[in-house]
Design a protein around this ligand. Structure first.
Ligand code: PSV
Ligand code: MN
Length: 394
């Protein structure tokens, strides 16, 4: 593929940012707040808009409810308008079905019908918000599961799961998809009600065509072949999108491509292969990271760049040669086609792609001297937040 075609394809890949990745976060051992980090939905949108202004690649920001709420006297239109004024739009709406005290033993799978009703009402509320702000997805992740054998009846939980999600699905406005995320474990340690892609796929098939699987790259067992999962889901028409992050041990939520960039490249190879061979499949490309020691905006910019690097390298794969080696049974010939593309340094192509449309060649260097980002930080240190807000473990 020509460099011009690669530049155009990379510029055409929208990468969605998670609002919660701009807020202070911690682990259960402690938190180390970043001075001037975003405290409410307005500030998270401001920071997401900075990433978009510097990279041109992140036009939407996902919200997490109720970590993100309009201020007293405002409504969701206020937030959507604020995003538009800042040059971005609102992306996936993420229901929070894990933090409320009522969800101690689960949300949509809870044996208590009142708790399930509360969880379903929240799903319906999120579907309504998606309709108001023009979002295309409600992205559901459940913390539901059990810690001990015998704690609950597993088949009953599954029936409750399908029944509750069907009620949320029925509330989706036209054109909005329900993305269903899975996770091997955490916070539950014995069973998780949606623990892998197969469990999510079965639920999606039960719900209907607008339900699709969301692959969070940090949610698998060690050495799981994620690109193979991607190929399968894409082939079934049920790949809804990604939560990109990187990990070494569990759901580490690290900067994308920092631990295993080869895996990210192979995922993009499948996304192009399963599409038209020229561009990655039009699914939702979202980041889901949580920053404990990193500078938050810089970490997001780096993740965006790492996604683009993986994509550009995958676009370089000589698919015709690859097919030839595959059909000839030439194992090493085929493997080397992928290696050749992966070993190519594409940073210059990406810098050109940015410069061509008036963006900085090096967004991180530009961030470091960005006056708007600095002035927002300074303002936050002197002023209270404009709305209530929250994030992960802060
Ligand atoms: C859960 O670990 C998860 O990946 C889900 O996507 C949540 O919505 C997100 O992280 C934030 O906690
Ligand atoms: Mn996720």
């Amino acid at each position: 593929m020509s460099h011009a075609a690669i530049r155009a394809a990379v510029r055409g890949l929208p990468i969605e940012l998670p609002s919660w990745g701009f807020a202070n976060a911690g682990t259960r051992f402690g938190a180390f707040p970043e001075p001037g980090a975003a405290r409410d939905v307005f500030e998270k949108i401001e920071d997401a808009s900075s990433v978009h202004r510097l990279t041109g690649a992140a036009p939407t920001v996902a919200l997490h409810i109720p970590w993100d709420l309009p201020p007293a006297g405002g409504d969701w239109t206020t937030i959507a308008d604020f995003a538009t004024e800042h040059g971005v739009a609102l992306g996936a709406i993420n229901p929070n079905l894990f933090q409320d005290q009522a969800y101690k033993l689960g949300s949509v799978c809870n044996s208590n019908p009142d708790v399930r009703a509360k969880a379903v009402a929240h799903l319906v509320e999120c579907a309504e918000i998606a309709g108001i702000v023009g979002s295309k997805q409600v992205a559901v992740w459940l913390a539901d599961g059990t810690n001990y054998p015998g704690q609950d009846d597993l088949r009953s939980r599954r029936h409750r799961l399908k029944d509750s999600l069907a009620q949320g699905y029925a509330a989706l406005p036209a054109g909005v998809e329900m993305l269903i995320e899975y996770k091997l474990f955490e916070p539950a340690f014995y069973t998780t009600d949606l623990s892998d892609w197969g469990a999510s796929l079965l639920v999606c098939q039960h719900l209907g065509p607008n339900a699709k699987v969301l692959v969070d790259t940090g949610h698998h067992g060690h050495y799981t072949n994620i690109e193979d999962i991607v190929a399968t889901l894409l082939d079934e028409g049920r790949l809804g999108g990604f939560h990109f992050n990187d990990r070494r041990y569990a759901d580490d939520d690290l900067i994308v491509g920092s631990a295993n960039p080869f895996q990210l490249f192979l995922i993009f190879h499948e996304l192009i292969n399963g599409n038209d061979g020229q561009t990655a499949a039009p699914v939702a490309y979202m980041l889901d990271q949580s920053h404990v020691i990193e500078k938050k905006i810089e970490a997001m910019v780096l993740s965006v760049q790492n996604v683009q690097i993986a994509y550009a390298k995958a676009l370089l794969v000589d698919r015709e040669a690859l097919r030839g080696f595959q059909l000839a049974g030439d194992v090493m010939g085929a493997h080397n086609v992928l290696r050749d593309a992966y070993e190519t340094d594409v940073r210059g192509i990406l810098a050109d792609a940015r410069e061509e449309v008036g963006l900085p060649r090096d967004p991180i260097a530009a961030l470091k001297s960005d006056e708007l980002v600095a002035s927002r930080r300074a303002w936050r240190l002197e002023n209270p937040p404009r709305a209530s807000g929250g994030g992960l473990g802060a």
